[in-house]
Design a protein around this ligand. Structure first.
Ligand SMILES: Nc1ncnc2c1ncn2[C@@H]1O[C@H](COP(=O)(O)OP(=O)(O)O)[C@@H](O)[C@H]1O
Ligand SMILES: [Mg+2]
Length: 257
């Protein structure tokens, strides 16, 4: 088991936003959290990474998260945030190099190997042409790919992605998710993501977790969770689910006009 939490709870202000979540994620699997706006998806990811105060038990790679220090955590797991903070004047290459920080030696200087890893990821993400460009001068989708790149060069075992494709066009959406899928198969990476697009969620995850109002409403294979009755009740709109060549397609019904 790569990650486990029991009765995870997060209180923000006077509201409990994550309300008793139990989760088990097998090593090498891809779990995607879906659910309406405000369901607590981002907060749940942040709680799993210990970026927000939470109660409950958390375990990573069989060890209590509380016993793993910061540097080791950064070599075990990385987050691609939904709204990243990016220094506007920093060049794309230097931004990716930040992801190597937990691997640098005592002097904190990057080696030829670090630069080579960054170069490979820039190429994989179709960012080579932009390597020397300041972050302020690239598009939203290019920035989103740079954030993913920074997490990939970190070479972790557990990768968290918070709506990683929301700013990407159709082609880059597919490319980025397929790249992550191939890294998962080559290196046994474990992925925990949140996703807005239910079709992409069903296409790439082994298991979906449907979160509503801070609680797990349903969990299981995409075929089980992408159920018209379950989705209709949770998202408050009627949907049809059709199967096309072994993939699930979710179609919201049009209201009567
Ligand atoms: N700092 C905060 N204080 C109080 N409430 C918050 C804070 N941050 C987020 N929330 C609320 O917590 C709920 C869950 O937010 P979030 O985890 O971002 O949901 P999701 O990612 O599923 O859209 C929302 O209702 C949001 O308004
Ligand atoms: Mg969110």
């Amino acid at each position: 088991m790569m990650l486990r939490c029991v009765d995870l709870r997060v209180r923000l202000g006077d509201r409990e936003v994550v309300r008793g979540v139990d989760l088990e994620v097998e090593a090498g699997s891809w779990v995607t959290i879906i659910g309406p706006n405000g369901a607590g998806k981002t907060t749940l990811l942040r709680a799993l990474l210990d970026l927000v105060g939470a109660s409950g038990h958390r375990e990573v790679a069989g060890r209590n998260l509380a016993e793993i220090d910061g540097r080791e955590r950064a070599r075990l797991m990385a987050l691609v945030p939904q709204i990243p903070e990016m220094p506007p004047a920093m060049r794309v290459t230097d931004y990716l190099l930040l992801g190597r920080t937990p691997h640098l030696g005592m002097l904190g200087v990057e080696s030829a190997e670090d630069l080579a890893i960054v170069g490979d990821v820039l190429a994989q993400l179709d960012l080579e042409q932009l390597a020397d460009r300041p972050l302020a001068q690239i598009s939203g989708g290019e920035r989103q790919r740079a954030v993913i790149g920074r997490a990939l060069v970190q070479q972790v075992q557990l990768l968290f992605l918070d709506e990683p494709t929301s700013a990407l066009d159709l082609g880059h959406q597919q490319d980025v998710l397929e790249l992550i899928e191939s890294l998962r198969h080559e290196h046994g990476l474990t992925i925990i993501s949140t996703m807005h697009d239910l079709n992409l969620a069903g296409d790439f995850a082994d298991r979906l977790v449907l979160l509503a109002d801070g609680r797990v409403e349903a969990t299981g294979s995409p075929e089980t969770v992408l159920d018209p009755a379950v989705l209709g009740a949770t998202f408050g709109t009627a949907v049809d689910v059709i199967e096309h060549e072994g993939r699930m397609v979710v179609l919201p019904r049009r209201s009567e006009r």
